[in-house]
Write a protein that binds this ligand. Structure first.
Ligand SMILES: [Zn+2]
Length: 100
C-alpha cells in the first residue's frame, strides 16, 4: 500500500486531452495555413488555452490506454475534434499577449 504522497507521485493518472491537443497542434502546424510564432513558450500557451477550453479525459489504466474500448475511442476522437476547433482561437489569443 502506497502512502498518499507516494500514490500521488506515482503518476499513473494521465489526462488524455493533453495528447489530443498536442496531436492537433502538430497537425495544424503541418497544414501551414496560418502564420504564428511556434517557439516553445507560444506553443505551450496555445496548448494551455485549448486545454482550458475542452473537457479533460483522465485515465488511470495503461491497459485502457493501449487497448481502448469503443466508447473510450469515441470520446477521444470527440476531444480531438474539440481541440481542433479551439486551436485557431487560441492562436489568435496568444498572439495578442506574447510571452516570449
Ligand atoms: Zn513565441
Amino acid at each position: 500500500m502506497l502512502t498518499f504522497n507516494e500514490f500521488f507521485k506515482s503518476g499513473d493518472i494521465v489526462n488524455l486531452s493533453e495528447q489530443a491537443v498536442y496531436d492537433e497542434i502538430k497537425a495544424f502546424i503541418d497544414l501551414q495555413e496560418v502564420e504564428f510564432c511556434q517557439c516553445d513558450k507560444c506553443l505551450f500557451d496555445i496548448a494551455c488555452v485549448v486545454l482550458n477550453a475542452i473537457p479533460s479525459l483522465y485515465s488511470s489504466s495503461v491497459v485502457d490506454r493501449n487497448y481502448p474500448s469503443a466508447d473510450f475511442s469515441v470520446e477521444y476522437e470527440h476531444l480531438r475534434k474539440l481541440a481542433k476547433e479551439e486551436i485557431p482561437g487560441a492562436i489568435a489569443r496568444v498572439k495578442t499577449r506574447l510571452h516570449h
